[in-house]
Design a protein. Structure first.
Length: 490
């Protein structure tokens, strides 16, 4: 008892009040940590019930949704380094196959666009599934597939005449058929670092093609410098009409070998004079057209050889007839007129007619064609000693003459054409004699005709050859037996 009071009951009351406060405070602490946000433990303890208000404030907070997402995918087939970018920025260098992710994350609904900024040196990378919008999740399906770059192999063919067939191969296959000069490219492309080897599988019918820069290793670039050179030649024979040569691609110069025709034989097979020869080099351009004329002759006929030969007369006594002159051969550039000739091979003169017993005295041979034609031989000249002369570089040859009859005279040669032979005279005389062979085609000047005497005719003179339109020109007299010929080489 303290101060006359009982202590025990008072102490018990104080302890009871203290316990109630402690319980109320504990209830407030529990509410703060209660996920449900209810302060149920505060229902007892008097003033401690204020702890329930504290529990109600903690319940307002919850987990926030994720606000940004990454963009990425996978790279395959890569052998170097590729630089990717997203939305034109956020560069990302990838150097091996496998997954990748851009550093910069994007918010939901934001657009993304993955592209290749820098390709690998020897590859091409392509992006699929690279565009879209973020949909509350990371993007992981962008695909970047890389494949090796391939490069073309090709070059240029020169000298292949149009219509000829050349077959090339690369690395023993990939056949490429060409029928004209110009650029070419094989169908199959080759990866960088791999070899190429161009070869000729089938040569053209005319000429043999050779190669330069034909092999090596692809070094991340197309091959365009393979050179195929196809030197060749075309030989033109007598046809009786103009023939044309088209300059192949890549050709800037041709060599011309031109032979005039032999003169015609007389009725008794005495031969005409041999044709002349001219050669030289002509500057040309691809697709230029050269006009080729090949002389006719070397037959038993009074007719003029094609391309400028002079004719022999048709006599009363056919067996005493001379031969027509051989035609010239020439090449013309820029046109087909005589003035367009750049080179001429002269024709030979026709043979003189024989004297035939009890039939006729010999007729004159025709002059050979040429740059300028040779003069025609006279029929039996009687007392004349004037024989026909050959064509020159400036004028046709002069005719042979007869003092027996005007009709027996030959005619002069002219530009491109030989003179005609004079007629023969009928005769009942018993003897026979052989006429002279035709004079040869020139050289710069045709050979003069001849007279063997004894009532025969005169042979026709040869025409002149010409090289004034070419370089490195040369001529030779009396080089061709038979009809003319022209050869074009490059």
């Amino acid at each position: 008892m303290v101060g006359g009071l009982r202590v025990r009951p008072l102490l018990c009351l104080m302890l009871l009040l203290a316990a109630g406060c402690a319980t109320g405070l504990a209830g407030g602490d529990d509410t703060t940590n209660n996920d449900s946000g209810t302060g149920s433990d505060t229902s007892s303890g008097g003033d401690g019930g204020s702890g329930g208000d504290g529990g109600s404030g903690g319940g307002d907070g919850g987990d926030s949704s994720k606000s940004t997402f990454t963009v990425g995918g996978n790279v395959s087939g890569l052998t170097g380094s590729v630089v990717l970018e997203n939305n034109g920025a956020d560069d990302l260098t990838v150097s091996a196959d496998g997954p990748f992710t851009f550093k910069t994350a994007l918010s939901s609904s934001a657009a993304f666009a993955v592209t290749v900024k820098t390709q690998p040196a020897t590859q091409t990378c392509a992006v699929t599934s690279g565009t879209g919008n973020i949909a509350n999740a990371n993007v992981t399906n962008v695909a970047v597939a890389c494949t090796d770059k391939t490069f073309a192999v090709g070059g240029t063919v020169s000298g292949l005449q149009k219509g000829q067939t050349l077959v090339l191969q690369d690395n023993g296959s990939d056949n490429l058929t060409l029928t004209d000069s110009g650029p070419f490219t094989f169908t199959t492309k080759i990866a960088s670092g791999k070899p190429y080897a161009v070869t000729v599988y089938t040569q053209p019918a005319q000429g043999t093609c050779t190669l330069q820069n034909a092999g090596g290793t692809i070094a991340a670039a197309d091959i365009t410098n393979v050179t195929v050179s196809c030197p060749g030649s075309v030989t033109y024979s007598y046809t009786g009409s103009q023939q044309d040569f088209t300059v192949p691609g890549g050709v800037t110069q041709v060599t011309l070998d031109v032979y005039g025709a032999q003169g015609n034989s007389n009725a008794q097979s005495v031969t005409g004079g041999l044709g002349g020869y001219a050669s030289g080099m002509l500057t040309v351009a691809p697709s230029d057209v050269l006009h080729v004329f090949v002389g006719g002759g070397a037959t038993k006929a009074t007719t003029a050889g094609y391309n400028g030969g002079g004719s022999a007369a048709t006599p009363p006594c056919a067996t005493a007839a001379g031969g027509g002159g051989g035609g010239a051969s020439d090449v013309r550039a820029g046109g087909s007129a005589l003035t367009d000739r750049v080179i001429v091979g002269a024709g030979g003169g026709g043979a003189a007619g024989d004297r035939i017993s009890s039939c006729g005295r010999g007729g004159g041979g025709g002059g050979g064609g040429g740059y300028y034609g040779g003069g025609g031989g006279a029929g039996w000249p009687y007392g004349s000693t004037t024989v026909p002369t050959g064509g020159t570089q400036t004028v046709g040859g002069t005719a042979g003459t007869s003092t027996y009859a005007t009709a027996d005279n030959g005619t002069d040669g002219s530009s491109g054409t030989g003179g005609n032979g004079g007629t023969e005279e009928s005769s009942s005389q018993a003897s026979s004699n052989t006429g002279a062979q035709g004079a040869t085609g020139g050289g710069a000047t045709g050979t003069s005709g001849t007279y063997t005497g004894n009532f025969t005719g005169q042979s026709g003179a040869g025409g002149s050859s010409y090289t004034g339109g070419v370089t490195s020109g040369s001529t030779t007299a009396g080089s061709r037996t038979g009809a003319g010929q022209v050869k074009v080489s490059w």
